[in-house]
Design a protein around this ligand. Structure first.
Ligand code: FAD
Ligand code: NAG
Ligand code: NAG
Ligand code: NAG
Ligand code: NAG
Ligand code: NAG
Ligand code: NAG
Length: 533
């Protein structure tokens, strides 16, 4: 999305033209907005009045509602386009009215659940738009006997984990590590976390869903059909409709799991341990997951920067079984009993979210707060081990970039057993690990943005020879507009094929067929949506 700063050039003629253009745009959106709001009122049911959930900029809480569920400050600046209204639906009829009225009066709808989209697609558009905020549709209904749950899209994964634990300490769900992720966006993008080697992604454990289509009709799995159900489980929800809720299959977890974090510097042999990790991480038993975090730390009080590598692990079992397993298969790590802590699975979710050991578990219910960091994140898939000398070069680059970290997330186990076409998420057998690059900053302004965005691009360029190619694959949950993007309001099929092939490989064609079935008019669109042809 080009920001206004890059479009506005100081030429008086251009400025005049633009002023007229914006006045027209403003006038058009004013009448569209008035009609949209009137239409919502016309559709309001007496038992579920819609006025209580409509926010326009004149409502005092408009700005706080907008910003609370923004995770990237890069999409929360004065020049970021703002919605004409936010409908924070509390009832399915509010969702239906929003769709029908936005369609009638030519406004785009952006659907937001947890607001963690890396590129702000759930709350920013370059054409007049409204946000359909799902945050109030957040009920969770657990059936312990059947080991299933219905979860509404606005519920966070922290709320889900907490609710499961209220009912059982031997059930869990495989999903991400940040408690404030919304299930609406997170599950529909794939959703992975530290149990994926045992149970796969979130989408590998979804058994039904409720979806509202572009005509406001509510579907379940049966009425939407298998293609559409398949599509929303990993193809991104926002191309197909509004996901109201998911039915998920809970998974068994032991009463105690073991976690550890072992850090190494270059002097402590990090290079050889990281290299060896690449050879063994996908082959370890599937109860064990070891993520590698590469980050910059201060070596001295004077602030000399060095690389530190952390091996962050989780074992679905007790430490007595974990130690011989690691020492046999990955002795280079040098894992000690004193590195390991046993705890219920629910506590381990706090450890992964970087809360200090002993933090009460109700912190899982904490709400997201306004964003602190500007960031750019990207992803890559690695299919053959990265040579030792290259690992050193990568670290030099990270130390130079300083405000950057990199995570390596191992595949193998269940991830390699599930077929590449079982869900739209195609990155299965053949992948050693997923890289996440994360560049962050706090300085405001276009110069800082250009500087860090440039760093992010050159790092990605540097990695080209060592990662997947033709196409260079990318992970949908790590949304990245640099892998290809359309304008906000027009889905060019050739461009869609570019980002589509990277996110979905051969599954892109089936996504297009599903789109044609459920939304042939392409009402639900954004910069990386699926075209109906
Ligand atoms: C701090 C942080 C930690 C993360 N950790 C992980 C992790 O551990 N594992 C992982 O896999 N990913 C992780 N992610 C990425 C995350 O999975 C995605 O950003 C995901 O899309 C977030 O979902 P959301 O509902 O919070 O986001 P939103 O921004 O609300 O939505 C994301 C996308 O989904 C669409 N959408 C949202 N709700 C609906 C709905 N109800 N119906 C239809 N479409 C909808 C939006 O329009 C948008 O296109 C992380 C992101 C952040 C910022
Ligand atoms: C709302 O309903 C009234 C009365 O039925 C109708 O005249 C009007 O056109 C409707 N407005 C919109 C925007 O739907
Ligand atoms: C926003 O303001 C309008 C007009 O005053 C009001 O009708 C509506 O109820 C307000 N919305 C909320 C959520 O309070
Ligand atoms: C590293 O040192 C710098 C000062 O040089 C300081 O600002 C920063 O907070 C330190 N970082 C950490 C993680 O201690
Ligand atoms: C796990 O969380 C509970 C509830 O907050 C707490 O009482 C307990 O001490 C925690 N256990 C560990 C090992 O962290
Ligand atoms: C972008 O990064 C490259 C490589 O680090 C550097 O050579 C170039 O000068 C940078 N450009 C800008 C505009 O910062
Ligand atoms: C898309 O939006 C731009 C800018 O608002 C506008 O000029 C263009 O006509 C729109 N295109 C379509 C297909 O609606």
């Amino acid at each position: 999305m080009p920001s206004m700063e890059t479009i506005l050039k100081p030429s008086s003629l251009l400025l005049n033209t633009l002023t007229i253009f914006f006045c027209i745009l403003q006038a058009t959106s004013d009448t569209s907005l008035d009609n949209f709001l009137q239409c919502l009122l016309n559709h309001s049911q007496p038992t579920n009045p819609i006025t209580e959930v409509i926010y326009t900029p004149i409502n005092s809480s408009f700005s706080s509602l907008l910003i609370t569920h923004i995770s990237n400050r890069r999409y929360s600046t004065p020049s970021t386009p703002k919605p004409l209204a936010i409908v924070a639906a509390k009832h399915e009829s509010h969702v239906q009215a929003t769709i029908i009225c936005a369609k009638s009066y030519g406004l785009q709808v952006r659907i937001r659940s947890g607001g963690h989209d890396y590129e702000g697609l759930s709350y920013v558009s370059n054409v007049p738009f409204v946000i359909l905020d799902m945050v109030n549709l957040a009920s969770i209904d657990i059936d312990v006997a059947k080991e299933t749950a219905w979860v509404q899209a606005g519920a966070t994964i922290g709320e889900l984990y907490y609710s499961i634990f209220q009912k059982s300490n031997v059930l869990g769900f495989p999903a991400g590590v940040s408690p404030t992720l919304g299930t609406g966006g997170h599950f529909s993008g794939g959703g992975y976390g530290n149990m994926m080697r045992k149970y796969g992604l979130s989408v590998d454990n979804i058994i039904d869903a409720q979806l509202i289509d572009a005509n406001g009709r509510i579907h379940d799995r049966k009425s939407m059909g298998e293609d559409v159900f398949w599509a929303i489980c990993g193809g991104g929800g926002a191309s197909f409709g509004v996901i109201l809720s998911w039915k998920i299959k809970l998974v068994p977890v032991p009463p105690q799991v073991s976690i550890f974090k072992v850090t190494k510097t270059i002097e402590e042999g990090a290079r050889d341990v990281v290299y060896q990790w690449q050879l063994v991480a996908t082959k370890l038993p599937e109860d064990l997951y070891i993520r590698v975090m590469h980050e910059v730390v201060n070596a001295t009080q004077e602030g000399k920067k060095i690389i530190q590598v952390s091996f962050i692990g989780q074992f679905l079992g007790q430490t007595v079984s974990l130690l011989p397993l690691v020492n046999e298969n990955f002795p280079e790590l040098g894992l000690q009993k004193s590195d390991c802590i046993e705890m219920p699975w629910i506590n381990s979710t706090l450890f992964w979210a970087e809360y200090p050991i002993g933090t009460p578990i109700d912190v899982l219910l904490a709400k997201h707060k306004a964003p602190q960091l500007f960031f750019k994140s990207r992803s890559d898939y690695v299919k053959k081990p990265i040579p030792k000398t290259v690992i050193e070069n990568i670290w030099d680059l990270i130390v130079k970039g300083e405000k950057v970290y990199m995570q390596w997330n191992p595949y193998g186990g269940k991830m390699h057993e599930i077929s590449a076409s079982a869900t739209p998420f195609p990155h299965r057998a053949g992948n050693l690990f997923l890289i996440q690059y994360y560049t962050f900053w706090t300085e405001e302004g276009i110069d800082a943005t250009n500087h860090y965005m440039n760093f992010s691009r050159s790092f990605y360029e540097f990695m080209t020879p060592y990662v997947s190619s033709s196409p260079r694959e990318a992970f949908l949950c790590y949304r990245d507009l640099d892998v290809g993007a359309n304008p906000s309001n027009r889905t060019n099929e050739d461009i869609a094929r570019i980002y589509g092939s990277k996110y979905y490989l051969d599954n892109f064609q089936r996504l297009v067929r599903a789109k044609a079935k459920i939304d042939p008019e392409n009402f639900f669109k954004h910069e990386q949506s699926i075209p109906p042809r």
